[in-house]
Design a protein around this ligand. Sequence first.
Ligand code: B30
Ligand code: ZN
Length: 259
Amino acid sequence: TGNQWGYGKDDGPSAWNKNYPVADGDRQSPIDILPHQARHDPNLGPIVLNYDRCTSINIANNGHSVVVEFEDSDDRSVIQGGPLDNPYRLKQFHFHWGGKGCHGSEHTVEGNSYASELHLVHWNAVKFKTFGEAASAPDGLAVLGIFRSDEHRWLHMITDALYTVKFKGSVTDFKGFNPKCLLPSSLHYWTYLGSLTTPPLHESVTWIVVKEPMIVSEKQLGKFRTLVFTGEEEDERTRMENNFRPPQLLKGRTVRSSN
Ligand code: B30
Ligand code: ZN
């Protein structure tokens, strides 16, 4: 197993260039996004997600992340609009997250990390016959990145109400708390040309990074951290955490902004 890679001291992101020289290429991901340097592009339309029918197949621990796979033999679940010339089919989604503390996202904004990042991976079935073919082509993939944050808003709603329930037996109305507010209400985004963020690091991805984070609780994050990188039969058990690649050099690329 010579081409093994991971997130450890010896097989982590800084060692990937040994087996995957493109790790030092001109179009690598993730990146640090500088909002003030992003160019507003009035031609960038809204992102349209057609995830109408549930085409999910299974959920798996692939030793690097947790992945939910989708039926992708037709256009039932697609992303279109934005920087994309045609619909791209949903193949899978997975997460990157940290250990304790608030690091865990792959993309950063002005140097700041979020707790986690969701990646919805789509492929260009108009131009390519298989995901594998698309995965190594410059316009083969589109990944929608969504930050997840454990910050204020939602927690605020709770913590602001705590003083009213300080003592045993106290009950206070807490009406109108719609858990929908855990979803980002706007799909404004940044977009740039990049790569897979894990080996083989193919430079095939149109990245679409949603500006507004989704809220995830520390408890929910804790459940992700109960996964392990290692197989059931292996003696060593390593907790699956910090499965993110740090930001790579921009190398002259422009980041465009939808608003
Ligand atoms: S990410 O969203 O940038 N984190 C893959 C998809 C999305 C990301 C990272 C990786 C992925 O599909 N990886 C497997 C790629 N390959 C395996 C391979 O070794 O070479 C499968 C493939 O095409 O079908 Cu190329
Ligand atoms: Zn990813």
